[in-house]
Structure formats: structure tokens, C-alpha cells
Ligand binder design. Sequence first.
Ligand SMILES: Cc1cc2nc3c(=O)[nH]c(=O)nc-3n(C[C@H](O)[C@H](O)[C@H](O)COP(=O)(O)OP(=O)(O)OC[C@H]3O[C@@H](n4cnc5c(N)ncnc54)[C@H](O)[C@@H]3O)c2cc1C
Length: 307
Amino acid sequence: MRNVIVLGSGCAGSTAAIYAARASLNPLVVIGHEPGGQLSLTTDVENFPGFPEGINGPDLVENMKRQAERFGAEFIYGSVMEADLSKRPFRLNIDGEWHEARTLIVASGASARWLGLANEQKLIGHGVSSCATCDGAFYRDRKIMVVGGGDSAMEEATFLTRFGSEVTLVHRRDQFRASKIMLERARSNPKIKFLLNTVVEDIHDVEKKLVTGVRLRNLVTSAVWEQEVDGFFVAIGHIPNTRPFAGQLELDPDGYILSRGGARTSVTGVFHAGDVQDRTYRQAITAAGAGCMAAMEAERFLEAEGH
Ligand SMILES: Cc1cc2nc3c(=O)[nH]c(=O)nc-3n(C[C@H](O)[C@H](O)[C@H](O)COP(=O)(O)OP(=O)(O)OC[C@H]3O[C@@H](n4cnc5c(N)ncnc54)[C@H](O)[C@@H]3O)c2cc1C
């Protein structure tokens, strides 16, 4: 029986583990399919406080893990496949083995949707990104492309005009999911050029380990052409990793955990942390802060129950 099981080894999960471990709760952290979470996908992180020269993403999350281990947190490989939150102790199926916990911190993140192109994954962190706030500043006076047709694509394209010499927005249709106001804001920005009915077929250049351009195809005319690009931003949404909790935790229509205030979820003793609940900020520092909140709430909850 564990006092705390933390789901996820990203900034939220590892920070929760640091706090829970320092409170002598011996947390078990389930690493999940992506050790270190989304920051393990990127290279330079320049906006995490405390690192004036920036820090490599994988190094940052590894440091958090080591810091938690120093105080007794245990990290295990595996993913939560199923959960039974109907009664306490909660039961979790981790790769076929059932574990019990008095409290649970769900820090399983929200994975960016990608286009699924062969070279896309190989160039993440080397010109391909899913986060304008995180990576926009690397493309000052460079050519930027954004893919998507929803509010987040319009917001990211508009934001990226602060940096790029030009921003091309590529969308596969000529209709948009984006709200009228966001679309109009993007349309009225002279730096944004729209390429509609167009898809990206390939991203170059894996050999140089750097985005240098893309191959595009117009779905109406079938015209195919190459375009130079330095920064390639995919803004087609995120998928919150909440499948094991469907029907047990209150989720919003897109699958994000609905907060009951602080780090509380709809189930007493289950706490949320990070991008799995946060569809607005999605930053390493906000996820880390949320991890701290969740661990403090778990600690107080256990204390009140006499553990
Ligand atoms: C390319 C890229 C660059 C970025 N750059 C920056 C940046 O420069 N600065 C910044 O502040 N933010 C950046 N971000 C955003 C930042 O990475 C996220 O906001 C942050 O990682 C969220 O932390 P998290 O712990 O909530 O979730 P995640 O980092 O997504 O971690 C989720 C964890 O949960 C685990 N998991 C998922 N499902 C299960 C399951 N069923 N069982 C067990 N474990 C599970 C995963 O394996 C993973 O370890 C970037 C994101 C990307 C994709």
C-alpha cells in the first residue's frame, strides 16, 4: 500500500514527487510511455527560472527526477492501463500488475497531436515544435510556418509574428474551426499569409538535423511545391492522457480533468497536476507549480486521515 502514487514523470509528476518525498510519503512514480514527459522531446529551454543560460530539456527533467530520488521517491517503468477509483484504497493496473494507493496524483500530461509525417518526429526540437510560447523566440527574423485551422493555430500564428520575418499558415480546408474573432485577428495581420486547401507532405532536412523547408500540395489543384521554412509549428490540438480514468474522474468534453479547485478532482483523494488539467498555459513552470500543489494537498489529506 502506497501513500501516494504519481502518474507521469514530466515536470508536474517529478515536482509532485520531490514534495511528497520530502514529506516522507515515499511516493511511487509511474514513468509512463514518455520518460521525462514532453520536455524530453525538446532541446533548449530558455524560460524555466533559475537557468540564465537556458537548459537542455532532457537534462532539466532528469535533474527533477534525481532530486526526487534523493529524498526517497521511487520511479518505475510502465504505464497505468486501468484504474479503479470507486473506493479507497485506489487500485491501479500498471502493466498488468495491480498496485494500491491511499492517494493518487494524476500528472499524465496532454500529448500534442502531430501530423504523422515521416520526418516530423525526427525534427522535433530541431525546428519542429508544438509550442509557440516555448520556441517562438528561436525564430527571430526567420521564416515560420504554422499548421492548423482552429483557435490555437490562429493564436500561435499571431503570436509568432512578433518574431518571424513572415508567418505562413497552412490549413487543409478553406473553412476554419477557429472562432470568428481569432480568425479575423490573424487575417488582418499583414505578416500572416494563408495557404488554404493545402497539406504539408514532407519536412526537410533530417540529415542536417534542422528544418530547412517543406513540400506542400494543394488539394484542389494538386500542385506540389517546395517552400523554405526555418520554424515549423504544428497547432492541431492536444490529447489529454486520461483514458484510464474515463467514466471515473469528471473530464471536460475534450478529456481534460475538470478541477474542483486547487488540485482537487471529482474523486476525493485523487489530485491533478500539470497539462492533464491545464489547457491554457501548458508550460514547464506551471506544470511544476501544479505538481507542488497536488503533493501538498495529498499530504494534508493523508494527515487529516491520520496517516
Ligand atoms: C517540443 C516541445 C517543447 C517545449 N518547450 C517548452 C519550453 O521551452 N518551456 C516550457 O515551459 N514548456 C515547454 N513545453 C511544454 C512543456 O513540456 C509542458 O508544458 C510540460 O512538459 C507539461 O508537464 P506535465 O508533467 O504536465 O506533462 P508531460 O510533460 O506531458 O508528462 C506527462 C507524463 O505522463 C506520463 N503518462 C502519460 N500517460 C500515462 C499513463 N497512463 N500512466 C503513467 N504515466 C503516463 C508520460 O509518460 C509523461 O511522463 C514544450 C513542449 C513540447 C512538446
